[in-house]
Design a protein around this ligand. Structure first.
Ligand SMILES: *Cc1c(COP(=O)(O)O)cnc(C)c1O
Length: 370
């Protein structure tokens, strides 16, 4: 029997994941894989190797895949890395940074949050000062692209402060990995976390952690949970060459492998970054021309997602605006900033400048409050 054609998408997802994927990525999910078969395990090993190579050219790094959404990866890394005798410093400037603090709190890991506020990046000098003043801190965690606002945090400068203070550095690069050039070794990251459904442009179902092997090797027995034990997951993948401990999302993994090949075909992270930047530039300029004000100054923005202030007109209503855009084939994202009303538009995924131009026309047609 011929396979049915996958149905066309009714709308483009302009969200930070799950995002719009290519027909190629969707198509390879139409077959079943055995989770412990050699063919499948080879695929897993290839993915691990390619992710490590994307993260850095320096030796000494390894990649672990773990079931679940991105948060599962962050939770696995944090609750496996920090020992009971350690203390985590969280540099927060949005919902995802604060979530790392919640993870520590829930697992009773000693921690401290330095919150610079949603409109300010964490300060590397202040980080250095906190580390000098509190020698009990062993680990520092920060988000690279804080998806709450779209802000790109200065991870390289923070990494220098962390490394000159001799601490372990955990980076949530969830929404940026694969879409913005970043070298794990160069920024001093011991753990770099992302997931299948962000800039690699796969579908949701697993997270991955690129870790400095020497650090990960120290973490045996530290994890607070069985299923999120990053060390055990890694040790099993190493010892059995690509075997996951528990049922893995096989279709998602196959789709991710396809997404990695498509990233290469596009020209790698540099080329993808250039496309996302062009998407972002068109979006920011076009929205400003329509009277929308970006939340952040240009210097703090990322090409991943852009937050805009709600229009001042009291007749504006997000839900109505959202529905009108959806009818025209675009799904945007609500705001997440606590103190102001915003909405967000993502520019990652299989989304191209021509799509952004069409979106701007749809936005112009949806401004019912004018
Ligand atoms: C998407 C994202 C996460 C993970 O979110 P999930 O909903 O668990 O996939 C974590 N951090 C950042 C910065 C993100 O953008």
């Amino acid at each position: 029997m011929a396979s049915p054609e996958p149905p066309a998408n009714p709308y483009l997802l302009l969200t930070p994941g799950p995002l719009t994927t290519t027909a190629g990525v969707k198509a390879v999910m139409m077959r079943d894989w055995c989770t412990w078969d050699e063919d499948y395990n080879r695929l897993v090993q290839a993915i691990r190797g390619e992710l490590t190579a994307l993260a850095t050219a320096e030796p000494g790094y390894t990649t672990v895949l773990i079931q679940g959404s991105g948060t599962f990866g962050v939770e696995a890394a944090v609750t496996t890395a920090v020992p009971d005798t350690g203390k985590l410093l969280v540099l927060a400037n949005g919902a995802y940074g604060r979530r790392i603090g919640q993870i520590a709190e829930r697992s009773r890991i000693p921690f401290r949050v330095v919150d610079s506020g949603e409109l300010c990046p964490p300060d590397p000098d202040e980080t250095a000062a906190v580390l000098r003043e509190d020698p009990s801190i062993t680990h520092v965690a920060v988000v690279h692209c804080e998806t709450t606002t779209g802000m790109l945090n200065p991870v390289a400068a923070i990494g220098r402060a962390v490394k000159s203070g001799g601490r372990c550095f955990i980076v949530d690069a969830m929404s940026s990995f694969g879409g913005i050039p970043l070298d794990a070794a160069a920024i001093g990251a011991d753990y770099l976390i992302s997931s299948a459904n962000k800039c690699i442009q796969g579908v949701p179902g697993f997270a991955f952690v690129v870790a400095r092997r020497q650090e990960l090797e120290k973490t045996r027995g530290r994890a607070r949970s069985l299923s999120l034990d990053l060390y055990d997951q890694w040790a099993t993948m190493e010892a059995h060459q690509g075997k996951w401990r528990f049922t893995s999302p096989t279709h998602v993994v196959r789709a991710f492998f396809q997404a990695l090949q498509e990233l290469k075909a596009e020209g790698g992270i540099g080329a993808r970054h250039a496309r996302y930047r062009e998407n972002h530039r068109l979006l920011a300029d076009g929205m400003q021309a329509l009277g929308f004000e970006p939340l952040l100054p240009a210097a703090l923005r990322s090409p991943i997602i852009t937050a805009f202030h709600r229009p001042a007109d009291p007749a504006y209503d997000f839900r109505d605006f959202y529905d009108r855009l959806k009818t025209q084939g675009f799904v945007i994202y609500p705001g997440k900033v606590t103190e102001r009303e915003t909405f967000r538009i993502g520019t990652i995924g299989d989304v191209h400048p021509a799509d952004i131009r069409r979106l701007l026309q749809a936005v112009a047609d949806s401004m019912f409050w004018r």
